[in-house]
Design a binder for this molecule. Structure first.
Ligand code: SAH
Length: 213
């Protein structure tokens, strides 16, 4: 396995499953079809990389299942001009997708080791329209705000106020909310032109906790 060209059979199966399960955004499907997911999981799990399953990535963390990645990427409604903030870089898979859909991605991870490995993988894929930081993403990235879109891939028990503040007018925040091992809500917050927030429920998910300082 080179890690650079996706396994065609398993990839096709993953894309078919995403479509069957309701993913409609052609740009999201196209981008996910080009990113070799096996590059982002431990070598021993390469054969499972395209299964619709969460997999371990070290430090007791997981890469989300493809359907959840696709759903969240679709819900962000990214445009090629957008500036995006991601909380929880993890292995960098979601970041790679965001980089292909938006202009620039700012991504924050608590674990230095995960951040460093994610940067190596993004470099392997020639992706460089991002900035990675090690730190507590629940505070957002005030120096770079506002963001057209914010995605959290770890779950706090309540939405961090900083993330709502750092959304641009017409911006979207997608975030799982709730305790670990309980049913978490996947929520979309949108800010209108006047700065007013609205909220809607996208479904139920199971993320690792967002750990704040
Ligand atoms: N988007 C990732 C998902 C990784 S799992 C991927 O594609 O692989 C969520 C990640 O959030 C974990 O790596 C975890 O360490 C990180 N995390 C948890 N709390 C955090 C915080 N407060 N700030 C930044 N990262 C955090």
């Amino acid at each position: 396995m080179t890690g650079l060209s996706p396994n065609p059979i398993r990839m096709k199966r993953m894309l078919t499953e995403l479509e069957e399960r309701g993913i409609r955004d052609i740009r999201v499907l196209d981008v996910m079809g080009k990113i070799p997911r096996e590059l982002f999981v431990p070598k021993a799990l390469a054969r499972e990389a395209y299964d619709n399953a969460a997999l371990p990535i070290g430090e007791n963390q997981t890469i989300s299942q493809p359907l959840v990645v696709a759903k969240m990427s679709e819900a962000l409604q990214l445009k090629p001009t957008h500036k995006v903030l991601e909380i929880g870089t993890g292995c960098g898979y979601q970041a790679a997708i965001l980089c292909k859909l938006a202009r620039r991605v700012y991504t924050i991870e608590r674990f230095e080791s995960l951040s460093a490995n994610a940067e190596k993988r993004l470099a392997t894929l020639g992706i460089n329209n991002y900035v990675a930081m090690v730190g507590d993403g629940s505070k957002g990235w005030p120096q770079q705000a506002p963001f057209d879109a914010i995605i959290a891939t770890a779950a706090p028990e309540e939405v961090p106020a900083a993330l709502l503040e750092q959304l641009a007018p017409n911006g979207t925040l997608i975030i799982p909310i709730g305790e670990q091992n309980k049913r978490q809500e996947l929520v979309r917050y949108t800010k209108n032109n006047a700065g007013e927030m609205s909220k809607n429920l996208l479904g139920y998910v199971d993320f690792v906790p967002l750990v704040s300082d």
